[in-house]
Design a protein around this ligand. Structure first.
Ligand SMILES: Nc1ccn([C@@H]2O[C@H](COP(=O)(O)OP(=O)(O)OP(=O)(O)O)[C@@H](O)[C@H]2O)c(=O)n1
Ligand SMILES: C[C@](O)(CO)[C@H](O)COP(=O)(O)O
Length: 235
C-alpha cells in the first residue's frame, strides 16, 4: 500500500494538514489506514509525508497498534512525486522480501490518505481485477451532465463511458514501476494516467460514490454522516 499524505490541504483551509483533522474521534489518516490494516492481504503501508508533518505522523503512529508495518518516506511537491518516492521504498521491500517470488506476485495499491471511506467490497473487487489484469482502479460513473467551458460559453460533454477516477489504483509492481520510470515528474493527477501512457490497459472497477476525497471543510461533515450511517461497510 502506498498512501500519498504529503499535501498542503490548501482547499481545506486549515493551518495544519487536513489529514490530522478529527473524524469520528481520531485523525482522518488513521481511518484510511484502518481500511487496509486488517485485510490480511496488505504486507506493508508506505506513507509519503512532508518534512513538517513527519514528527506528528511518527508520534501518532507510535500511539496506534498496526497489523501491517507503516513506513514513512519524504513526499514531494506533487502527488506524483510523493508516490514516486514511496514506490522506491516498495521496490526495495519487495526485493528484500523473504516471500518466495515476492516481486513477481506483488501488487502495489496507491490510495489517497484523504479517502477514509473506501468500502471493503470495493477493495476486494479492485484488488481481484488488478491481480487478473495488472492494472485496475476504482472509478465512479458520472451521474450528472458534464459541461466544458468554451471560448464564449460552454458545451456538453458526452458522459457515456465517462467515470471519475477514485483510489485505490492497483497495479502489478513491474507495471507501475515502468510507468514511473518512464514518466516520473511529468504532470499527472493520478497514477493510472502514467500507466495509460505506456499503453498498458487500465481496467475501471465501478466503486461507491461515497469513497470521497476529503478536499473541502464540508467534506469532513459529509464523511461523518456517511460513517455514522453505514459503519459496517467500512470495517
Ligand atoms: N505533493 C503532494 C500533494 C498531495 N498529496 C496527497 O495526495 C492526496 C490527494 O491530494 P489532495 O486531496 O489534492 O490533497 P492536497 O494536495 O493536500 O489538497 P490541496 O490540493 O487542496 O492542497 C492527499 O492524500 C494528499 O496528502 C501528496 O502526497 N503529495
Ligand atoms: C488521485 C485522485 O484522487 C483520483 O481522482 C485525484 O486525481 C487526486 O487529485 P488531487 O488534486 O491530488 O486531489
Amino acid at each position: 500500500m502506498i498512501m500519498p499524505a504529503a499535501g498542503s490541504g490548501q482547499r481545506f483551509g486549515s493551518q495544519s494538514n487536513k489529514l490530522f483533522a478529527i473524524l469520528d474521534g481520531k485523525p482522518l489518516w488513521q481511518h484510511t489506514v484502518d481500511r487496509f490494516q486488517h485485510r490480511g492481504d496488505v504486507r506493508q503501508i508506505v506513507l509519503a509525508v512532508s518534512e513538517e508533518d513527519e514528527s506528528t505522523f511518527r508520534e501518532q503512529i507510535a500511539a496506534i497498534s498496526s497489523a501491517a508495518p507503516i513506513h514513512l518516506v519524504r513526499g514531494g511537491a506533487t502527488r506524483s512525486e510523493s508516490v514516486g518516492a514511496a514506490l522506491d521504498a516498495v521496490k526495495k521491500f519487495a526485493a528484500e522480501s523473504t516471500v518466495a517470488n515476492a516481486s513477481a506476485q506483488t501488487l502495489v495499491a496507491i490510495h489517497d490518505a484523504a479517502r477514509p471511506l473506501v468500502r471493503q467490497a470495493d477493495l476486494d473487487r479492485v484488488f481481484a481485477k488488478a491481480a487478473e489484469t495488472g492494472a485496475a482502479i476504482l472509478a465512479a460513473p458520472v451521474s450528472g451532465t458534464l459541461k466544458r467551458t468554451t471560448g464564449n460559453g460552454s458545451e456538453t460533454v458526452d458522459r457515456r463511458n465517462a467515470f471519475v477516477a477514485l483510489t485505490p489504483q492497483v497495479f502489478a509492481i513491474d507495471v507501475i514501476c515502468q510507468a514511473y520510470a518512464r514518466d516520473r515528474g511529468r504532470l499527472a493527477t493520478d497514477d493510472a494516467q502514467l500507466v495509460e501512457r505506456t499503453s498498458h490497459p487500465v481496467l475501471l472497477v465501478p466503486g461507491s460514490a461515497d469513497n470521497l476525497k476529503i478536499t473541502f471543510p464540508e467534506d469532513l461533515r459529509i464523511a461523518e454522516a456517511i460513517l455514522n450511517e453505514c459503519r459496517s461497510e467500512f470495517v
